[in-house]
Design a protein. Structure first.
Length: 92
């Protein structure tokens, strides 16, 4: 990715995922980076970071989206992801 906003290294959670962005009057697909981050010392929150490869996008400027979660919110998300993964596995 050229003009990357997020820092990506060997510890990045996912460095190449299929993604899409949708807005009023457009929808585009691109590769994306998705990362889970916490502070190294005394973490108080979890940050999810998502950046789509801006070289593949025409409708949005280079940017990264971030969501901050509490420990309880992260557990709720993890539970929902686990349930969704189990539904997929049952249909394989």
């Amino acid at each position: 990715m050229a003009d990357r906003v997020m820092k990506v290294n060997a510890f990045t959670t996912f460095d190449l995922l299929d993604a899409s962005v949708e807005g009023h009057g457009f929808e585009e697909e691109a590769f994306a980076t998705l990362n889970v981050r916490t502070a190294r010392e005394a973490p108080e929150e979890i940050t999810l970071e998502l950046e789509l490869d801006n070289t593949e996008l025409e409708s949005v400027p280079p940017h990264a989206d971030r969501v901050t979660l509490s420990a309880a919110e992260a557990r709720t998300l993890a539970t929902e992801l686990q349930k969704a993964a189990e539904r997929i596995e049952r249909n394989e």
